[in-house]
Design a protein around this ligand. Structure first.
Ligand code: GTP
Length: 601
């Protein structure tokens, strides 16, 4: 295809503003999918994705379009619509999808206005120098206020309100005009057709039947169907089994040239060998410089995953092995805990990623799991100048610490101005630093904060929602690290540390954490034959204490004189309960107590 006829674009939108519906309508109007197939396609999507209304994996679809009016009437174009994942944890994948485009449709619900995710994605698009077409969606809704929000959008991106397009993804109203504008406003791709091939990977997906399907955008040169290709980050080379375009099914092609978007299949079985952001080149005439912007996926949040039933451990390992094939960011290694038994220390991109994996393990693999409270990755430097990367509180070095660094994020919160105070209060209590505050309109405010990631993964979103009656929206992206005054708090049961409850927290919150966990365990752990202190400690310094008083565990006392079968039953029951007991030092703790204590932290 002549690059001058190609337009590569994506749709950026806040969740529920109607991206998928608009995309489906475009497929239908361009004739790529007919109305009957529409439903089937929709059903194809993963269960969790559909239920949660989020897009986990991105894809690209090619659509033909002929301009219908104006001075370029009759011009036929090839539109490549590249889908972007919809959640903060996948910022890097979003940025690669955007980098594969020349333009972005900024889609905003005409009854809701701009939300945090709209802004965060808009900033990313602007960093990638994309041309933006602002579009109001759902104009068929009685509650739509297109005048008001066109003004808001125009102010935001610096255009006239009349340049803001209006569509309904539901009825199809305005969608043809939008397609015309895509051809008119977005630039065609430019690249050097004679240079060695360079194509950027913006997605790779594991398919049970075909192995890994890699989605690419060709920047320079040409990839031929029978080439041997090379991944520039690893220098690994592979024979191509197939290349093609998606429209909406996979269609084989002979070659992909400058500006084209398509897929390639090499037979590799693991998405780690075909990484998002990497550059694909030809093995015979390789490019010298890879395209910019490649980053290894790096887990940001760690948590221990343990089967509630210890005999499920091998099943959990197999399930993780399976999920890994389609998830380059998931990491795990075996770990054991005195409290929880054998499990895995897993690394995730963020909290949603963790929840998705956990849910898939429970649902698709029928596992009952308990997860330890998630923690971020800390950089710890001791006074001997030794550096540690701590992904688990148990790895926290003993001895004098010179410096601890923790990851921070740049957060965007959008909120009606009545709730600005509530949001500021929350952000301050979470060690946030205000970066800026802007009025998008008379009643809506954008607040930008730097916040420690550790504070965000700890029920921040729920707090934000409840303090603003659900009106606030939040988005964030990684923004480096900061030095913080952090300490490791251990929880001791009768003098023995309980590994699953150790945590790295800010010094000012150590006491609060210690007393909360100690109080909780005090309620959950049954009395023993002797007095059991529960202590929270920083190093050897005790900061909080609760006590479980001793009892004489004479279960038969109550049955004195009663009938013998009842006595026997009681004894049986007690024996059964013992099986599920864990020993922490001399203290017997039912596993349920640990699970209950963890599931509410
Ligand atoms: P993903 O993030 O990709 O899942 O898509 P999305 O969340 O941006 O939105 P989706 O297309 O799933 O639409 C969200 C809801 O808005 C659905 O209930 C749609 O039926 C509804 N919707 C989408 N477009 C329109 C529209 O133009 N008019 C009306 N009335 N409803 C719409």
């Amino acid at each position: 295809t002549d690059p001058r006829r190609i337009r590569n674009f994506c749709i950026i939108a806040h969740i529920d503003h109607g991206k998928s519906t608009l995309a489906d309508r475009m497929l239908q109007i361009t004739g790529v999918v007919d109305a009957r197939q529409m439903r089937a396609q929709y059903l194809d999507r993963m269960d969790i994705e559909r239920e949660r209304g989020i897009t986990i994996k991105s894809q690209a679809v090619r659509m033909p379009w002929v301009i219908r009016d104006g001075d370029r009437v009759g011009e036929s174009a090839v539109l490549n619509m590249i889908d972007t994942p919809g959640h903060v944890d996948f910022t890097y994948e979003v940025s690669r999808s955007l980098a594969a485009c020349e333009g972005a449709i900024l889609l905003v619900d005409a009854a809701q206005g701009i939300e945090a995710q709209t802004l965060a994605n808009l900033y990313l698009a602007m960093e990638n120098d994309l041309h933006i077409i602002p579009v109001l969606n759902k104009i068929d809704l009685p509650a739509a206020q297109p005048e008001k929000y066109a003004e808001e959008l125009a102010t935001l991106i610096g255009c006239e309100p009349r340049d803001v397009l209006r569509v309904s993804g539901k009825t199809g109203d305005g969608v043809e005009h939008l397609l015309d504008e895509i051809v008119r406003q977005f630039q065609p791709p430019v690249g050097d057709a004679d240079a060695p091939a360079r194509a950027m990977i913006f997605d790779s997906v594991y398919d049970v039947y075909r192995g890994v399907v890699t989605y690419v955008r060709v920047i320079d040169g040409r990839i031929e169907a029978r080439d041997r290709i090379k991944m520039m980050s690893t220098s690994a080379s592979h024979d191509l089994l197939e290349i093609g375009v998606v429209s909406p099914e996979m269609e084989k092609a002979g070659a992909l040239g400058v500006g084209e978007v398509g897929y390639l299949i090499t037979g590799v079985k693991d998405v780690r060998q075909s990484r998002v952001g990497d550059t694909v080149t030809g093995n015979n005439r390789p490019a010298v410089e890879p395209l910019g912007g490649y980053k290894d996926p790096r887990p940001m949040v760690y948590s221990g995953l343990y089967p509630i039933d210890g005999s499920d451990y091998p099943a959990l390992r197999d399930a993780l092995d399976r999920l890994k094939l389609n998830d380059a960011a998931l990491t795990y290694e075996p770990e054991s805990s005195a409290a929880l038994g054998f499990g895995f220390r897993c690394g995730f991109l963020g909290l949603l990623h963790l929840e998705i994996i956990r849910e898939r393990l429970e649902r698709e693999f029928n596992l009952d799991l308990i997860s330890t409270s998630p923690n971020v990755v800390y950089q710890v430097i001791t006074e001997e100048m030794e550096e540690y990367v701590v992904t688990n509180p148990s790895e926290f070095p003993v001895g004098k610490i010179a410096e601890i660094r923790e990851p921070v994020v740049r957060a965007t919160v959008l909120v009606p101005n009545d709730y600005v105070g509530a949001v500021m209060e929350l952000c301050q209590s979470r060690r946030g630093q205000l970066l800026g505050m802007e009025y998008l309109s008379t009643e809506r405010v954008e607040l930008r904060y730097t916040l420690p990631l550790a504070e965000i993964i700890f029920d921040f979103f729920d707090q934000l929602k409840s303090r603003t009656k659900g009106y606030a929206s939040l988005d964030y992206e990684p923004s480096g690290e900061q030095v913080s005054d952090l300490v490791k708090v251990d929880i001791l049961l009768h003098g023995e540390p309980v590994d699953a409850f150790s945590a790295i927290v800010h010094k000012d919150k150590a006491y609060q954490y210690g007393t909360a966990i100690a109080a909780k365990l005090q309620k959950l752990i049954p009395r023993q034959q002797f007095e059991v202190p529960i202590q929270a400690a920083i190093g050897s310094r005790i900061i909080a204490r609760e006590t479980i008083r001793a009892i004489r565990k004479d279960v038969l006392a109550k049955c004195y004189g009663g009938d013998i079968s009842r006595k026997r039953k009681l004894l049986e029951k007690q024996k059964e309960g013992k099986k599920r007991m864990k020993m922490v030092g001399r203290v017997e703790v039912p596993q349920e107590a640990f699970i209950a204590a963890l599931s509410t932290t």
